[in-house]
Design a protein around this ligand. Structure first.
Ligand SMILES: Cc1cc2nc3c(=O)[nH]c(=O)nc-3n(C[C@H](O)[C@H](O)[C@H](O)COP(=O)(O)O)c2cc1C
Length: 428
């Protein structure tokens, strides 16, 4: 086995299930189905279950709240990391720090938090009369939010809480630092009330790939989630990101780059292509076009779906999710996609890398990205249906194990341990 091991989170976006006509959407609200999904993920040795979120009805899709879901699934799993997305624009840092720290305590160090600023303007009215904050302001608030959460997590020494024989816990207040923060968005004099994490600090994920988004991830995150449609673009992103991490005085190996990947499998490449085409035939293309307006502000209006998307249409796309517009546009232009092809790929993977082929081709592609500076691992996209996880476990996992890239059993108990990341030193 090589030293460096591939990271693989199972990525679940409940709302993605709505985009797959072949998946039973009732599973989203079935706790039995979700528990089975988590057990299957653990059976397939995934590092973590990573859940995206958008707290709105958006374009008509419901989606259960990921922190709650993962807290339930925690009780049905033993090793699986648990990574909910919670938006920095619509929460309070003390609450988020406490929620994640509590999940982390009860799971012996399996919790993470995916910090995102939130891309969808449809969320804003659910939290007040104000408009969706502009991109740079969302990041300014997100920056303060993350700083406060980290400071709270780091404010307890490991031995500040002691459990004595018989079960009585005592707290040494001198080993808990006050957290004073005086920012534009948050002003507080806080004392955290949750003991230090069994993994030093819960794993901090970040997702945001614009210039300011990359910097925020590079400054703070243990791992970032990103959409990279091709290996060339992914390599550029990877080296740019690692350079930024080093620029903030951090070890680049301690900030993992995890693009999303969507495999579409078949016994032969032709069969895989046919499977993708068969899935796409059931997709309502007009509906996808409507959704792209909500997701990234790309309005195809009266455009011909069988012609490329004109420059003016791309130029007029919203600024809320800058990085995804850029990724999708670059892919469409380099591959000369028609609007229909853009829509079908967006429906399947929303700008993430789609690999269509045999299990061997998928495993080779994963290895190539991992070994040639494009990724430290992946968020493996699977709708809430058993087949995707089962396909991975039966066909792809054995190949990755044979290549020496991935574990044959869990050897660690914490998420940080799964990732091979060191425990962060206590803050002063
Ligand atoms: C890979 C990836 C995953 C994301 N997941 C979510 C999500 O689950 N919920 C959400 O509201 N925003 C999500 N975002 C969007 C971020 O919240 C951010 O607002 C958006 O990316 C705009 O910033 P950017 O231009 O820096 O990417 C994600 C972004 C990326 C790159």
């Amino acid at each position: 086995m090589s030293d460096r091991q591939l990271v693989l989170n199972l990525f679940g976006a409940p709302y993605e299930t709505w985009r797959r006509p072949d998946v039973d959407t009732a599973r989203i609200w079935s706790i039995d189905a979700l528990i089975q999904f988590a057990k299957d993920a653990e059976g397939a040795l995934f590092d973590a279950l990573f859940l995206a979120d958008s707290p709105s009805l958006g374009d008509g899709y419901t989606s259960p709240e990921p922190f709650t879901v993962l807290s339930i699934l925690a009780g049905h799993t033993t090793y699986l990391g648990l990574a909910p997305t919670l938006l920095t624009t619509y929460n309070e840092p003390y609450n988020v720090a406490r929620q994640i720290a509590t999940l982390d305590q009860f799971t012996g160090g399996r919790a993470g938090w995916n910090a995102v600023t939130g891309s969808q303007p449809s969320v804003a009215p659910n939290f007040g009369p104000d408009e969706h904050l502009e991109h740079s302001l969302r990041y300014a608030r997100g920056e303060e939010f993350i700083q406060v959460v980290k400071a709270l997590w780091e404010s307890w020494d490991a031995d500040a809480a002691e459990v004595h024989p018989g079960g009585r816990m005592t707290i040494d207040r001198s080993k808990i630092r006050d957290v004073s923060f005086n920012g534009d968005y948050f002003q507080l004099n806080a004392v955290f009330n949750t003991p230090r994490s069994p993994q030093g600090r819960p794993v901090l994920f970040h997702a945001g790939s614009s210039d300011v988004g990359r910097d925020q991830g590079a400054r703070h995150a243990d791992a970032i989630f990103t959409a990279q449609p091709s290996i060339e673009v992914a390599r550029d992103f990877y080296s740019d990101f690692k350079r930024r991490v080093a620029g903030f005085g951090r070890n680049p190996e301690h900030a993992l780059v995890l693009p999303g990947i969507l495999p579409v499998l078949g016994g032969t490449e032709a069969e895989a292509e046919a499977n993708f085409a068969a899935q796409n035939e059931k997709v309502n293309i007009e509906e996808v076009a409507t959704r792209l307006v909500t997701w990234i502000g790309l309005d195809l209006g009266g455009n011909d779906f069988d012609a490329p998307i004109p420059d003016e249409t791309w130029d007029a796309a919203g600024q809320s999710f800058k990085s995804r517009v850029a990724v999708m546009r670059a892919e469409a232009e380099s591959k000369k996609f028609t609007a229909r092809q853009v829509l079908l790929r967006a429906n399947a993977a929303f700008g993430h890398h789609i690999v269509i082929g045999t299990p061997e081709q998928v495993a080779d592609e994963i290895e190539l990205w991992f070994r040639t500076g494009a990724a430290d691992g992946f968020n493996y996209r699977a709708p809430f249906g058993k087949p995707a996880v089962e396909e991975f476990a039966d066909h792809i996992l054995p190949l990755l194990q044979r290549k020496g890239l991935f574990r044959k059993e869990y050897t660690e108990t914490t998420l940080r341990g799964h990732y091979g990341l060191p425990i962060p030193p206590p803050a002063d």
